[in-house]
Design a protein. Sequence first.
Length: 154
Amino acid sequence: MATIFKTPQDLLKAVGQPLGESEWLSISQERINQFADATGDHQWIHVDPARAQDGPFGACVAHGYLTQSLVNFFLPQIVEVQGISMGVNYGADRLRFPAPVPVGSEIRGSAELLAAEETRDGGIQATIRVTVEIREAERPGCVIDTISRYYPAE
C-alpha cells in the first residue's frame, strides 16, 4: 500500500522517512527479450539461455537498465502525492547495480525519502532512494536516487 501525501508540501516534513515497498514482480525471459528488442541490446548474457547457462551468472540476467526502468513501475505502488497538477521525472543521481537479476527471480522496490525542497517554479523536488531488492538475495539488483518534481494543483 502506498504512502500517501495529501499535498506536495507534505513531502517537506517527511525527509528521512521510509516510504515502504512495492509488490514482488517476477522477471521472465519474455520481459528481458522485449527489453532487448526495444533497446537493441541483444548481448548473450541476456537473451541466449543456452550460452548463458555456461556463462558467469549460470543463467540469463536482466539488463541493468531494465531493472532501473522498473523503478517507474514500483514507485506508484510505494508513494502517492495527491493535490498535484502534474508530477515529472526530473532525473536521477547515484545509480548502481550491486548484483545481477537472474531470469525467474522476483524483485521489488523499497524506498526512502532522502530530500525534499521547494523549486523556483513553485514545485516540490523530492529525491527518493529506490532499492530494487531481489528475493532471497544478499545484495540488491539496483539502487538509484530518483528525482521527481511535483506541482501543486491550482
